[in-house]
Design a protein around this ligand. Structure first.
Ligand SMILES: CC(C)(COP(=O)(O)OP(=O)(O)OC[C@H]1O[C@@H](n2cnc3c(N)ncnc32)[C@H](O)[C@@H]1OP(=O)(O)O)[C@@H](O)C(=O)NCCC(=O)NCCS
Length: 128
């Protein structure tokens, strides 16, 4: 369980896979069993920003480099593009991961999440 109450339901995952198309990239980190995933929305038009929709790593293998490897592989698929994402303001692990890859905060949505937590919008220009 990676997201607790914010986890995607089976219905949400089914919808995600039904939408699979050229613009949706799902990467799975596999160490004999799935230990992490990354979901990107990559519009065909190069000038449109890529959306990083989700990244998660199984709790038992966190802080061993899996998230970084997924992000590296994902960003390679959209080299040169602008990438946007949204993260809860209190999510220190994800925030640190994203900042380490050069993402910068560009705006906030006040009280966006249930419970009143802010959403932080981050951007990476020129992914590599
Ligand atoms: C965010 C997440 C994907 C990171 O995955 P991970 O495999 O643990 O990340 P890595 O081991 O590759 O860490 C890469 C870097 O990110 C930063 N980082 C990761 N976890 C951190 C933590 N708990 N505290 C501080 N920095 C952290 C560090 O800079 C780290 O480098 P270092 O270990 O050399 O210091 C993982 O914590 C997770 O699945 N969280 C729950 C789901 C989530 O919140 N997803 C993001 C919102 S969509």
């Amino acid at each position: 369980m990676c997201f607790g109450l914010m986890a995607w339901s089976t219905v949400a995952w089914t919808t995600e896979f039904e939408r699979l198309s050229d613009d949706r990239v799902i990467l799975v980190a596999d160490e004999g069993t799935a230990v992490g995933y990354l979901v990107l929305l990559v519009p065909a038009a190069a000038e449109d920003p890529v959306d990083l929709l989700r990244i998660a790593v199984a709790p038992e293998v966190r802080r061993t480099g899996v998230g970084g490897q997924l992000l590296t592989a994902g960003l390679r698929r959209c080299a040169g593009r602008t990438v946007l994402l949204e993260v809860a303001a209190g999510n220190e692990s994800a925030g640190a991961l994203y900042r380490g890859f050069g993402f910068e905060e560009i705006s906030r949505r006040k009280g966006y999440y249930a419970g009143g937590e802010d959403a932080v919008i981050m951007r990476l220009e020129n992914a590599a």
